[in-house]
Design a protein around this ligand. Structure first.
Ligand SMILES: *Cc1c(COP(=O)(O)O)cnc(C)c1O
Length: 446
């Protein structure tokens, strides 16, 4: 009996899907094509027609060890049978305690307190609430603004939206529901370029003029992800840490995309040798098996929050600390702690550098950049995601362009031969794009 085949023949009603199911950033009037996936193993997704695709996305940064990893699957199966969920109010359990212990050990010394939330956007909301309550507890209730940089992405909920790039993001469409925050220019010097401290002048001026209103600076360390896949200089981040100290504002680092090895360091802030006061983790936290996020903070922040008039931190979701999700995270972090990711990520990095380099000469490619296990071709103009997606599927790979970017962040476990298939597909598609392509009428993060 061939069970794999039975699974592969599973019927998925794509018409029903198109009529009734929202997908990320899609229209219900003009549904984009979707592909039915029935299973996934290692770095391959299997479609319902049996086609196998090499995954270049890690399901949006998350699936770092590949799909159906026996260790994570076994841990989750065992935990499901034992305790898949219990409320976290007044109750605790081993998965939450052990996960918190691992996170405290893995992250920088200052980060000692862990808040477990459901998703990255919520982790960002929690971080911002913590910062505001901290200053209330330190008798400084006027510090309510967040200072951030342009081209950032921090999630889709309202507070998270307020710190996303004001142009590419969703500020104007929701009017006053989106709080006005302070935006400095995005970091300019690239990761590998020379750094000129002059570029911090404007953020420094903003801090000087407004620090009495600023609770925290919030930024993605080293890599700005969905806001444009930009890799910036480590000295920018270390200088920013110093400015936060000088002007007495907290530093919130959003490591949701970069955490757990993706940029070549366990956490991207290690490139700059800085410590956050508040740190957001998500995406790869569970190895991509189930949604979970964490917001960590220092003793000082936790004490300030607890000294605030409320006397408690004002957040507590229903599925807080979900044991099944914590178990997946523990299994994933145990794999991370085996340290294979370091050699995997650095060989992915050097292979992508070699194989993508020639694309810089293609007429429609503006820039080629690689950092850790992230490879990007920046194109001259906005791409037609649906059309290019089909081309990638035809080439046997799952790569999802957005805006003007063709990029990959594969699972760390990808083989060199599979990676070559990804980079070849990127080059083939980038080469043949005939610009301008005006048949796309939206820019999609999805
Ligand atoms: C994806 C992402 C988020 C939002 O996480 P969700 O789990 O999608 O809510 C926040 N910040 C960064 C940097 C991200 O990449």
């Amino acid at each position: 009996m061939n069970t794999t085949n039975q699974v592969n023949n599973q019927f998925i009603d794509l018409d029903f899907d198109a009529k009734h199911l929202w997908h990320p950033y899609t229209s219900m009037n003009n549904a984009l094509p979707t592909y039915g996936v029935v299973s996934a193993e290692g770095v391959e997704l299997t479609l319902n027609n049996g086609t196998k695709l090499i995954d270049g996305t890690s399901s949006w940064w998350a699936c770092v060890h590949g799909y159906s990893h026996p260790k994570i699957v076994a841990a989750m199966q065992h935990q499901t049978a034992q305790l898949s969920h219990v409320m976290f109010g007044g109750i605790t359990h081993r998965p939450a305690v052990e996960l918190a212990r691992m996170l405290v050990d893995m992250t920088s010394e200052r980060l000692t307190k862990v808040f477990l939330a459901d998703s990255g956007s919520i982790a960002v909301e929690v971080a911002m609430k913590m910062a505001l309550q901290y200053w209330q507890g330190r008798n400084n209730p006027n510090k309510q603004k967040i200072l951030t940089v342009k081209s950032g992405y921090h999630g889709d909920t309202f507070a998270a939206m307020s710190v996303c790039d004001p142009e590419g993001g969703m500020h104007t469409m929701f009017g006053e529901l989106v709080t006005e925050q302070l935006f400095a220019p995005e970091p300019k010097a690239r990761f590998t370029e020379c750094f000129d401290a002059e570029e911090l002048q404007s953020i420094s001026n903003m801090l000087e003029d407004n620090h009495q209103q600023i609770a925290a600076v919030l930024i993605e360390p080293i890599m700005q992800g969905a806001g444009g896949m930009r890799f910036y200089h480590a000295e920018y981040l270390s200088a920013l840490r110093k400015l936060c100290d000088k002007y007495d504002v907290l530093l919130i680092l959003d490591e949701i995309a970069t955490g757990f090895g993706r940029t070549g360091k366990l956490f991207a802030y290690e490139h700059a040798n800085v410590e956050a006061d508040i740190l957001c983790l998500g995406k790869a936290l569970t190895g991509g098996y189930i949604s979970l996020a964490a917001t960590m903070c220092s003793d000082e922040v936790a004490q300030g929050v607890s000294d605030s008039p409320a006397g408690v931190f004002m957040h507590g979701p229903t599925f807080m600390g979900n044991p099944l999700a914590c178990t997946a995270a523990i299994a994933s972090l145990e794999l991370i702690n085996e340290q294979h990711w370091q050699t995997q990520v650095s060989s992915i990095e050097s292979q992508m550098k070699t194989e993508l380099a020639e694309a810089v000469d293609y007429t429609n490619v503006v820039d080629v950049r690689v950092l850790g296990a992230v490879g990007v071709l920046e194109m001259k103009s906005t791409l037609n995601t649906a059309a290019l997606q089909q081309q990638f599927v035809d080439l046997g790979v799952w790569i999802r362009p957005f805006s003007n970017l063709i990029y990959i962040m594969p699972p760390y476990t990808i083989s060199s031969c599979q990676l070559t298939q990804l980079t070849s597909a990127m080059k083939a598609v980038a080469k043949q794009i005939s610009l301008p392509s005006n048949d796309t009428n939206f820019i999609s993060h999805g």
